[in-house]
Design a protein around this ligand. Structure first.
Ligand code: FES
Length: 138
C-alpha cells in the first residue's frame, strides 16, 4: 500500500522512477511540501561541474560531494533559492544549471551558487538509489 497524500505531505519518503527522464531533462517533484529538482545531466554538464576550480566558488563544494558515486548523471536538489526562497528555473542561466529570476542568482549544473546574492548552494535532500533507475527521497 502506498502512503496517502496527507502522509506524503507530512514527510513520508517518496520514490521516483528515473527511467522516463531523458538526458538533458529536469523534472520537479514535491517532498515535504518542497520542490525537488531531479536533473539528468548531459556529459557536458557533468564535465563543466567537475572541472570548476573550487577556489572560484562562493560556497566551495566539489561536484562529487553533491551527487551519488557512480550516478554522476543525476543531480537531486531542493529547488528553493538560498537567497530569499524563490523557486529557481531549471536549465536556465549562465551556467546551464538553475536561474532564480527574483534577484538574479545563478546556480551551475551541480546546483552551486555561481553569481548573484544567494549565499549558498542549493541544498541536496537526503536520498538513496534503490536501483539504477529508482531513488527514494527522504
Ligand atoms: S530569492 Fe533567489 S535571488 Fe533572491
Amino acid at each position: 500500500m502506498n502512503p496517502d497524500a496527507a502522509t506524503i505531505a507530512a514527510g513520508a519518503p517518496i520514490q521516483v522512477d528515473l527511467a522516463p527522464i531523458a538526458e538533458g531533462q529536469d523534472i520537479k517533484v514535491f517532498w515535504r511540501g518542497k520542490p525537488i529538482y531531479i536533473s539528468h545531466r548531459t556529459k557536458k554538464q557533468i564535465q563543466e561541474a567537475q572541472s570548476v576550480a573550487l577556489s572560484s566558488l562562493p560556497d566551495p563544494q566539489p561536484d562529487s560531494a553533491r551527487v551519488k558515486a557512480g550516478h554522476d548523471q543525476w543531480l537531486v536538489v531542493i529547488g528553493i533559492c538560498t537567497h530569499l526562497g524563490c523557486i529557481p528555473i531549471a536549465h536556465e542561466g549562465n551556467y546551464d544549471g538553475f536561474f532564480c529570476p527574483c534577484h538574479g542568482s545563478q546556480y551551475d549544473s551541480s546546483g552551486r551558487i555561481r553569481q548573484g546574492p544567494a549565499p549558498a548552494n542549493l541544498a541536496v535532500p537526503p536520498y538513496a538509489f534503490l536501483t539504477d533507475t529508482k531513488i527514494q527521497i527522504g
